[in-house]
Design a protein around this ligand. Structure first.
Ligand code: PEP
Ligand code: MN
Length: 347
């Protein structure tokens, strides 16, 4: 942390900052310039925050220079992490050495629809099935998901396909139910800053897929991941799903640069969701190619056997030509950009 004194600050003003910092066990290095004095602080940054140094006489500004997150940062853990999803014996990795394709329906609507979507996903190379049983929708009148019976369907489909499942949790009170069914818990964009929920999944013992808040900065997103990590759970995969911008031609704007930005700042894996970013199936394949090329550790894509009757997000679900093009991209492109393996694409 660096304290910048104002041009008129006196020696007593500087001494007051130094003594406060030393009072909480920190060290203060004073550097006097012709016009301004700056003070470099070394020690526990949280205790410096409590000093409210900005309120002291003669202090012009206070700058933080280290990351505000620790457990999820690469400073803390330089090697990139791999998160394993699924039951013992059939775990799927998500991390720097593999490329992992996650696909499935936006929402679980029926057993038949979910099995069919899972088969489509699997034939396109997916090794993890996505599907929401609890759907936090913008409109309270929209389909809210099947709830517990949706989880039962997901569990059956996991048995028939062998694919681990990732499903959304929208309420901390549902953790106990969800951990009995899910292999990975998804936190959606609308709940990225629901800190009680983040703490609850941090204690759940399950890997977490943490989507980026639609109006959140990368730093806010990593702070949300820190809430989960602080509760002892470092099995976190980040998911870039588009952010709100002024551009109306897509539902959200896919922030492709977030992938290398996150990978430089954090050791956590990051996957890209082109479906919720674009909201349009014709953009899913090109955005998937871009995500693979930029170095994403995986993809999360909506598929549906009959998008025209889907109860949720039909316009972005791929099938037919798009699904085949997606399967080809997932089979070929990760190796072209140096990924060692593509998980389970030969199934
Ligand atoms: C989803 O993945 O089904 C979903 C609701 O996504 P998001 O939270 O990114 O809107
Ligand atoms: Mn959706």
């Amino acid at each position: 942390m660096v304290v910048v004194m104002s041009p008129g600050a006196t020696d007593e003003d500087v001494a007051q900052v130094v003594s406060r910092v030393e009072g909480v066990g920190g060290e203060a290095f004073v550097s006097k310039g012709l016009v301004r004095t700056i003070i470099g602080l070394v020690g526990d940054i949280e205790s410096f925050h409590h000093l409210n140094l900005r309120t002291l006489r003669g202090v012009a500004d206070v700058h933080r220079i280290s990351d505000p997150y620790k457990l999820v940062s690469r400073q803390h853990h330089p090697q990139r992490s791999t998160v394993w999803v699924g039951p013992e014996g059939r775990q799927v990795p998500i991390g720097p050495d593999s490329f992992t394709f996650i696909a499935g329906p936006c929402a679980v609507e029926s057993a038949e629809q979910t099995v069919e979507a899972a088969r489509m996903a699997q034939s396109a190379g997916a090794s993890i099935l996505r599907g929401g049983a609890y759907k936090p929708r913008t409109s309270p009148y929209a389909f809210q998901g099947l709830g517990r019976s949706g989880l039962e369907i997901l569990a059956q489909v996991r048995e028939t396909t062998g694919m681990p499942i990732v499903t959304e949790i929208a309420d901390a009170r549902d953790v106990d139910v969800l951990v009995d069914y899910a292999d990975m818990l998804q936190i959606g964009t609308r709940n990225m800053a629901n800190f009680g929920l983040l703490q609850a999944v941090g204690e759940s013992g399950k890997p977490v897929l943490l989507k980026r808040g639609m109006s959140s900065t990368v730093e806010e997103w990593l702070m949300a991941a820190e809430y989960i990590a602080q509760r002892g759970n470092l099995d976190i995969v980040l998911c870039e799903r588009g952010i709100r911008t002024f551009e109306p031609s897509t539902r959200n704007t896919l922030d492709i640069s977030a992938v290398p930005v996150v990978q430089a700042a954090s050791h956590l894996p990051i996957v890209v969701d082109p479906s919720h970013a674009a909201g349009r199936k014709d953009l899913v394949v090109p955005l998937s190619r871009a995500a693979i090329a930029v170095g994403a550790d995986g993809l999360l894509v909506d598929v549906h056997p009959n998008p025209e009757v889907a109860l949720c997000d039909g316009p972005q679900a791929v099938l037919g030509t798009e699904l085949r093009a997606l399967a080809q991209a997932v089979r070929q492109l990760p190796r072209a950009v140096g990924r060692v393996s593509v998980h389970d694409v030969t199934r």
